[in-house]
Ligand binder design. Structure first.
Ligand code: SF4
Length: 72
């Protein structure tokens, strides 16, 4: 896998052509966002939302650890 390819590409519906790219053809969308390294991914709404969701899940896991083991 190219280091410039978005790490979400295998599971991303937009990358698979099943998501919304507006008026932009899929090949162009991929070149602008998916194959551009972090500079491209960082401008992709799908990537940003995924990262935010991932952070929230990890934050919840940390909170649950604290609740399960309040003394540390
Ligand atoms: S850059 Fe965006 S559209 Fe492309 S694979 Fe990553 S999350 Fe999906």
């Amino acid at each position: 896998m190219s280091k410039n390819l978005c790490p979400n590409s295998k599971s991303c519906p937009v990358f698979a052509g099943k998501g919304e790219t507006g008026d932009t053809p899929l090949a162009l969308y991929r070149n602008v966002f998916c194959y551009r390294g972090v500079n491209g991914w960082g401008n992709c709404k799908t990537y940003i939302i995924n990262q935010k969701d991932l952070k929230e899940v990890n934050d919840r896991k940390e909170k649950l650890k604290t609740i399960d083991n309040p003394g540390g």
